[in-house]
Design a protein around this ligand. Sequence first.
Ligand code: 5GP
Ligand code: MN
Length: 337
Amino acid sequence: MITKIIPEEKIIAVLKLINKAKNIVIVSHKRPDGDAIGSSLGLYHFLATKGKDVSVILPDAIPGYMYALPSADGIVFYDNQMTKAQELINRCDLLFCLDFNTLDRIGKLSASVNESKAKKILMDHHLHHDEFCDVIISHPEVSSASELVFRLICRMGYFADMTLESAQCICAGMMTDTGGLAYNANSPEVYAIMEELIKKGVDKDALYRKLFNNYSENRMRLMGYMLYEKMKIYPEYHTAILTLSYNEMLKFNYKPGDSEGFVNIPLSIDHVFCSIFIKEEKECMKLSFRSQGDFDVNKMANELFGGGGHKNASGADYKGTMADALKIVEDALPKYI
Ligand code: 5GP
Ligand code: MN
Protein backbone atom coordinates (compact mmCIF):
# COMPACT_ATOMS: atom_id res chain seq x y z
CA MET A 1 0.00 0.00 0.00
CA ILE A 2 1.13 3.56 -0.73
CA THR A 3 0.06 5.91 2.06
CA LYS A 4 -0.93 9.54 1.56
CA ILE A 5 2.06 11.30 3.08
CA ILE A 6 1.63 14.63 1.22
CA PRO A 7 -1.15 16.65 2.90
CA GLU A 8 -4.29 16.94 0.77
CA GLU A 9 -4.33 20.76 0.83
CA LYS A 10 -0.86 20.81 -0.76
CA ILE A 11 -1.98 18.45 -3.53
CA ILE A 12 -4.95 20.71 -4.23
CA ALA A 13 -2.72 23.81 -4.20
CA VAL A 14 -0.25 22.26 -6.66
CA LEU A 15 -3.03 21.03 -8.93
CA LYS A 16 -4.53 24.54 -9.06
CA LEU A 17 -1.18 26.09 -9.88
CA ILE A 18 -0.52 23.55 -12.63
CA ASN A 19 -3.98 24.05 -14.13
CA LYS A 20 -3.44 27.83 -14.22
CA ALA A 21 0.10 27.72 -15.58
CA LYS A 22 1.12 27.84 -19.24
CA ASN A 23 4.89 28.03 -19.01
CA ILE A 24 6.56 25.91 -16.37
CA VAL A 25 10.22 25.72 -15.42
CA ILE A 26 11.74 22.92 -13.35
CA VAL A 27 15.07 23.55 -11.60
CA SER A 28 17.30 21.33 -9.51
CA HIS A 29 20.65 21.48 -7.74
CA LYS A 30 24.19 22.04 -9.00
CA ARG A 31 26.34 19.03 -9.92
CA PRO A 32 23.04 17.28 -10.65
CA ASP A 33 22.83 13.66 -9.55
CA GLY A 34 20.45 10.92 -10.67
CA ASP A 35 17.64 12.12 -8.43
CA ALA A 36 17.96 15.76 -9.46
CA ILE A 37 17.78 14.71 -13.11
CA GLY A 38 15.28 11.84 -12.67
CA SER A 39 12.79 13.89 -10.64
CA SER A 40 13.07 16.86 -13.03
CA LEU A 41 12.59 14.77 -16.17
CA GLY A 42 9.90 12.59 -14.54
CA LEU A 43 7.88 15.70 -13.79
CA TYR A 44 8.78 17.25 -17.17
CA HIS A 45 7.30 14.30 -19.07
CA PHE A 46 4.14 14.39 -17.00
CA LEU A 47 3.59 18.15 -17.43
CA ALA A 48 4.33 17.92 -21.15
CA THR A 49 1.48 15.42 -21.57
CA LYS A 50 -0.79 17.97 -19.90
CA GLY A 51 -0.04 20.40 -22.74
CA LYS A 52 2.27 22.67 -20.73
CA ASP A 53 5.29 24.40 -22.15
CA VAL A 54 7.91 22.91 -19.82
CA SER A 55 11.68 23.34 -19.51
CA VAL A 56 14.21 21.78 -17.20
CA ILE A 57 17.05 24.13 -16.19
CA LEU A 58 20.05 22.82 -14.26
CA PRO A 59 23.00 24.89 -13.01
CA ASP A 60 25.64 22.75 -14.73
CA ALA A 61 26.42 19.60 -16.74
CA ILE A 62 25.04 16.13 -16.08
CA PRO A 63 27.06 12.89 -16.14
CA GLY A 64 27.24 11.26 -19.58
CA TYR A 65 25.36 8.11 -18.54
CA MET A 66 22.37 10.25 -17.55
CA TYR A 67 21.70 10.90 -21.25
CA ALA A 68 20.14 7.42 -21.15
CA LEU A 69 17.03 9.15 -19.78
CA PRO A 70 14.41 10.33 -22.27
CA SER A 71 14.64 14.09 -23.06
CA ALA A 72 17.88 14.55 -21.08
CA ASP A 73 19.25 16.15 -24.26
CA GLY A 74 16.67 18.94 -23.93
CA ILE A 75 17.90 20.14 -20.54
CA VAL A 76 19.09 23.77 -20.46
CA PHE A 77 22.31 24.34 -18.51
CA TYR A 78 22.61 27.72 -16.85
CA ASP A 79 26.41 27.83 -16.96
CA ASN A 80 26.58 27.76 -20.77
CA GLN A 81 23.05 28.81 -21.85
CA MET A 82 22.54 31.70 -19.45
CA THR A 83 20.49 33.92 -21.79
CA LYS A 84 18.13 31.12 -22.77
CA ALA A 85 17.74 30.00 -19.15
CA GLN A 86 17.05 33.55 -18.02
CA GLU A 87 14.41 34.05 -20.75
CA LEU A 88 12.67 30.83 -19.76
CA ILE A 89 12.62 31.87 -16.11
CA ASN A 90 11.40 35.38 -16.99
CA ARG A 91 8.40 34.10 -18.91
CA CYS A 92 7.39 31.14 -16.73
CA ASP A 93 4.38 31.38 -14.44
CA LEU A 94 5.23 28.34 -12.33
CA LEU A 95 8.59 27.14 -11.03
CA PHE A 96 9.22 23.72 -9.54
CA CYS A 97 12.28 23.42 -7.26
CA LEU A 98 13.21 19.75 -6.96
CA ASP A 99 15.68 17.89 -4.74
CA PHE A 100 17.19 20.85 -2.89
CA ASN A 101 16.36 22.72 0.28
CA THR A 102 18.21 26.05 0.13
CA LEU A 103 18.79 28.47 -2.74
CA ASP A 104 22.58 28.27 -2.45
CA ARG A 105 22.27 24.65 -3.70
CA ILE A 106 21.43 25.92 -7.19
CA GLY A 107 24.53 28.13 -7.39
CA LYS A 108 24.36 30.92 -9.95
CA LEU A 109 20.74 30.07 -10.77
CA SER A 110 19.67 31.19 -7.30
CA ALA A 111 19.34 34.94 -8.04
CA SER A 112 17.09 34.31 -11.08
CA VAL A 113 14.89 31.87 -9.18
CA ASN A 114 14.71 34.14 -6.14
CA GLU A 115 13.75 37.20 -8.20
CA SER A 116 11.22 35.35 -10.37
CA LYS A 117 7.61 36.47 -9.91
CA ALA A 118 6.35 32.97 -10.77
CA LYS A 119 4.67 30.84 -8.14
CA LYS A 120 7.14 28.35 -6.71
CA ILE A 121 6.72 24.79 -5.51
CA LEU A 122 9.40 22.96 -3.54
CA MET A 123 9.54 19.17 -3.64
CA ASP A 124 12.43 17.83 -1.61
CA HIS A 125 13.65 15.19 0.82
CA HIS A 126 16.53 17.00 2.55
CA LEU A 127 16.48 18.13 6.17
CA HIS A 128 15.85 21.80 7.08
CA HIS A 129 14.45 23.57 4.03
CA ASP A 130 14.42 27.35 3.63
CA GLU A 131 11.15 29.23 3.02
CA PHE A 132 11.57 30.37 -0.59
CA CYS A 133 8.53 28.69 -2.16
CA ASP A 134 4.75 29.21 -2.10
CA VAL A 135 4.02 25.50 -1.63
CA ILE A 136 6.49 23.34 0.26
CA ILE A 137 6.41 19.57 -0.03
CA SER A 138 9.35 18.47 2.10
CA HIS A 139 9.63 14.85 3.24
CA PRO A 140 13.07 13.82 4.53
CA GLU A 141 11.67 10.35 5.27
CA VAL A 142 11.30 9.36 1.60
CA SER A 143 13.96 7.82 -0.62
CA SER A 144 14.18 10.61 -3.16
CA ALA A 145 12.63 13.66 -4.76
CA SER A 146 11.69 11.31 -7.61
CA GLU A 147 9.53 9.31 -5.20
CA LEU A 148 7.74 12.56 -4.30
CA VAL A 149 7.10 13.29 -7.98
CA PHE A 150 5.50 9.84 -8.30
CA ARG A 151 3.39 10.46 -5.20
CA LEU A 152 2.30 13.89 -6.45
CA ILE A 153 1.23 12.61 -9.88
CA CYS A 154 -0.76 9.77 -8.29
CA ARG A 155 -2.40 11.95 -5.69
CA MET A 156 -3.48 14.47 -8.32
CA GLY A 157 -5.34 11.56 -9.91
CA TYR A 158 -3.11 11.17 -12.95
CA PHE A 159 -1.48 7.79 -12.40
CA ALA A 160 -3.25 6.39 -15.46
CA ASP A 161 -1.76 9.21 -17.59
CA MET A 162 1.82 8.64 -16.41
CA THR A 163 3.87 7.81 -19.49
CA LEU A 164 6.60 5.20 -19.72
CA GLU A 165 9.15 8.04 -20.11
CA SER A 166 8.02 9.66 -16.89
CA ALA A 167 8.08 6.30 -15.08
CA GLN A 168 11.60 5.57 -16.37
CA CYS A 169 12.95 8.89 -15.07
CA ILE A 170 11.29 8.46 -11.68
CA CYS A 171 12.64 4.92 -11.41
CA ALA A 172 16.14 6.18 -12.32
CA GLY A 173 16.01 8.85 -9.60
CA MET A 174 14.81 6.41 -6.96
CA MET A 175 17.49 3.89 -7.87
CA THR A 176 20.38 6.35 -7.99
CA ASP A 177 19.51 8.03 -4.67
CA THR A 178 19.39 4.63 -2.96
CA GLY A 179 22.49 3.12 -4.61
CA GLY A 180 20.32 0.63 -6.49
CA LEU A 181 17.97 0.20 -3.47
CA ALA A 182 20.94 -0.54 -1.18
CA TYR A 183 20.32 2.29 1.33
CA ASN A 184 17.43 4.63 2.30
CA ALA A 185 15.24 1.93 0.85
CA ASN A 186 13.83 0.10 3.87
CA SER A 187 10.33 1.40 3.41
CA PRO A 188 8.01 -1.20 1.87
CA GLU A 189 6.43 1.71 -0.02
CA VAL A 190 9.58 2.12 -2.12
CA TYR A 191 8.88 -1.37 -3.47
CA ALA A 192 5.16 -0.69 -3.89
CA ILE A 193 6.12 2.30 -6.06
CA MET A 194 8.73 0.22 -7.91
CA GLU A 195 6.01 -2.33 -8.62
CA GLU A 196 3.81 0.36 -10.17
CA LEU A 197 6.70 1.70 -12.25
CA ILE A 198 7.55 -1.75 -13.55
CA LYS A 199 3.88 -2.33 -14.37
CA LYS A 200 4.06 0.88 -16.42
CA GLY A 201 6.62 -0.92 -18.55
CA VAL A 202 9.92 0.20 -17.02
CA ASP A 203 12.68 -2.36 -17.64
CA LYS A 204 14.27 -1.89 -14.22
CA ASP A 205 17.17 -4.26 -14.89
CA ALA A 206 18.10 -2.58 -18.19
CA LEU A 207 17.83 0.85 -16.57
CA TYR A 208 20.08 -0.28 -13.73
CA ARG A 209 22.71 -1.40 -16.25
CA LYS A 210 22.51 1.93 -18.10
CA LEU A 211 22.93 3.89 -14.88
CA PHE A 212 25.41 1.79 -12.94
CA ASN A 213 27.32 -0.23 -15.56
CA ASN A 214 27.90 2.39 -18.18
CA TYR A 215 31.11 4.11 -17.13
CA SER A 216 34.22 4.86 -19.18
CA GLU A 217 37.47 2.91 -19.00
CA ASN A 218 39.17 6.08 -17.71
CA ARG A 219 36.76 6.25 -14.82
CA MET A 220 37.47 2.66 -13.84
CA ARG A 221 41.25 3.28 -13.96
CA LEU A 222 40.84 6.45 -11.91
CA MET A 223 38.90 4.44 -9.36
CA GLY A 224 41.68 1.86 -9.19
CA TYR A 225 44.25 4.62 -8.68
CA MET A 226 42.16 6.29 -5.98
CA LEU A 227 41.67 3.10 -4.01
CA TYR A 228 45.26 1.91 -4.34
CA GLU A 229 47.16 5.18 -4.02
CA LYS A 230 44.84 7.71 -2.42
CA MET A 231 42.56 6.05 0.10
CA LYS A 232 43.70 6.84 3.61
CA ILE A 233 42.25 4.78 6.44
CA TYR A 234 42.03 6.08 10.02
CA PRO A 235 41.34 2.81 11.88
CA GLU A 236 40.84 4.41 15.30
CA TYR A 237 38.09 6.63 13.81
CA HIS A 238 36.57 3.98 11.49
CA THR A 239 36.98 6.52 8.72
CA ALA A 240 38.40 6.61 5.19
CA ILE A 241 39.36 9.76 3.30
CA LEU A 242 39.86 10.02 -0.47
CA THR A 243 41.27 13.10 -2.18
CA LEU A 244 41.34 13.94 -5.89
CA SER A 245 43.22 16.92 -7.32
CA TYR A 246 42.69 18.72 -10.61
CA ASN A 247 46.01 17.39 -11.99
CA GLU A 248 44.99 13.83 -11.21
CA MET A 249 41.72 14.40 -13.04
CA LEU A 250 43.62 15.65 -16.10
CA LYS A 251 45.74 12.51 -16.06
CA PHE A 252 42.63 10.34 -16.29
CA ASN A 253 40.78 12.56 -18.81
CA TYR A 254 38.11 13.24 -16.19
CA LYS A 255 34.51 13.88 -17.34
CA PRO A 256 31.61 15.13 -15.15
CA GLY A 257 30.28 12.25 -13.07
CA ASP A 258 33.46 10.15 -13.29
CA SER A 259 33.97 10.21 -9.51
CA GLU A 260 30.28 9.54 -8.77
CA GLY A 261 30.02 6.79 -6.18
CA PHE A 262 33.72 6.74 -5.18
CA VAL A 263 32.83 8.00 -1.70
CA ASN A 264 30.66 4.95 -1.07
CA ILE A 265 33.34 2.36 -1.82
CA PRO A 266 35.33 2.53 1.46
CA LEU A 267 32.13 1.79 3.39
CA SER A 268 32.39 -1.79 2.14
CA ILE A 269 35.50 -2.25 4.34
CA ASP A 270 34.33 -4.04 7.48
CA HIS A 271 35.50 -1.48 10.07
CA VAL A 272 34.85 1.70 8.09
CA PHE A 273 31.62 3.54 9.01
CA CYS A 274 32.46 6.97 7.68
CA SER A 275 33.88 7.92 4.30
CA ILE A 276 34.89 11.38 3.09
CA PHE A 277 35.84 12.38 -0.43
CA ILE A 278 37.50 15.73 -1.19
CA LYS A 279 37.65 16.80 -4.82
CA GLU A 280 39.24 19.89 -6.30
CA GLU A 281 36.82 21.93 -8.41
CA LYS A 282 37.21 25.17 -10.37
CA GLU A 283 36.13 27.50 -7.60
CA CYS A 284 36.27 25.39 -4.45
CA MET A 285 36.92 22.03 -2.86
CA LYS A 286 33.85 19.79 -3.00
CA LEU A 287 33.41 17.46 -0.04
CA SER A 288 31.20 14.38 0.05
CA PHE A 289 30.42 12.59 3.30
CA ARG A 290 28.91 9.13 3.69
CA SER A 291 28.25 7.03 6.78
CA GLN A 292 26.52 3.89 7.91
CA GLY A 293 24.14 3.43 10.82
CA ASP A 294 23.83 6.10 13.50
CA PHE A 295 26.83 8.18 12.56
CA ASP A 296 25.52 11.58 11.44
CA VAL A 297 27.59 13.14 8.66
CA ASN A 298 25.04 15.90 8.10
CA LYS A 299 26.16 17.40 11.42
CA MET A 300 29.80 17.09 10.45
CA ALA A 301 29.33 18.64 6.98
CA ASN A 302 27.28 21.44 8.46
CA GLU A 303 29.41 22.30 11.46
CA LEU A 304 32.76 22.07 9.69
CA PHE A 305 31.88 23.50 6.27
CA GLY A 306 28.32 24.91 6.35
CA GLY A 307 27.09 22.08 4.10
CA GLY A 308 24.39 19.50 4.68
CA GLY A 309 22.22 16.82 3.14
CA HIS A 310 21.11 13.71 4.98
CA LYS A 311 22.25 11.82 8.07
CA ASN A 312 24.15 9.23 6.01
CA ALA A 313 24.97 11.31 2.91
CA SER A 314 26.00 14.93 2.94
CA GLY A 315 28.08 17.39 0.99
CA ALA A 316 29.73 20.77 1.27
CA ASP A 317 31.86 23.29 -0.61
CA TYR A 318 35.03 24.73 0.89
CA LYS A 319 36.75 27.82 -0.45
CA GLY A 320 40.35 26.99 0.40
CA THR A 321 43.10 24.57 -0.46
CA MET A 322 42.93 20.79 -0.50
CA ALA A 323 45.52 20.65 2.29
CA ASP A 324 43.41 22.94 4.49
CA ALA A 325 40.20 21.02 3.82
CA LEU A 326 41.97 17.78 4.69
CA LYS A 327 43.41 19.26 7.86
CA ILE A 328 40.00 20.51 9.03
CA VAL A 329 38.56 17.03 8.55
CA GLU A 330 41.49 15.18 10.13
CA ASP A 331 41.54 17.53 13.13
CA ALA A 332 37.80 17.04 13.62
CA LEU A 333 37.78 13.22 13.52
CA PRO A 334 38.50 12.74 17.26
CA LYS A 335 35.61 15.07 18.13
CA TYR A 336 33.03 13.41 15.88
CA ILE A 337 33.94 9.75 15.95
P1 5GP B 1 27.02 14.36 -2.83
O1 5GP B 1 28.12 14.01 -1.90
O2 5GP B 1 26.49 13.17 -3.56
O3 5GP B 1 27.33 15.53 -3.71
O4 5GP B 1 25.84 14.89 -1.93
C1 5GP B 1 25.31 14.12 -0.89
C2 5GP B 1 24.14 14.82 -0.30
O5 5GP B 1 24.54 16.07 0.27
C3 5GP B 1 23.06 15.16 -1.31
O6 5GP B 1 21.82 14.94 -0.67
C4 5GP B 1 23.24 16.62 -1.59
O7 5GP B 1 22.04 17.23 -1.89
C5 5GP B 1 23.86 17.16 -0.33
N1 5GP B 1 24.87 18.16 -0.65
C6 5GP B 1 25.90 18.04 -1.52
N2 5GP B 1 26.64 19.15 -1.58
C7 5GP B 1 26.09 20.01 -0.71
C8 5GP B 1 26.39 21.37 -0.32
O8 5GP B 1 27.34 22.00 -0.80
N3 5GP B 1 25.57 21.94 0.61
C9 5GP B 1 24.50 21.27 1.15
N4 5GP B 1 23.76 21.90 2.06
N5 5GP B 1 24.19 20.01 0.81
C10 5GP B 1 24.95 19.38 -0.11
MN1 MN C 1 17.82 13.42 -3.85
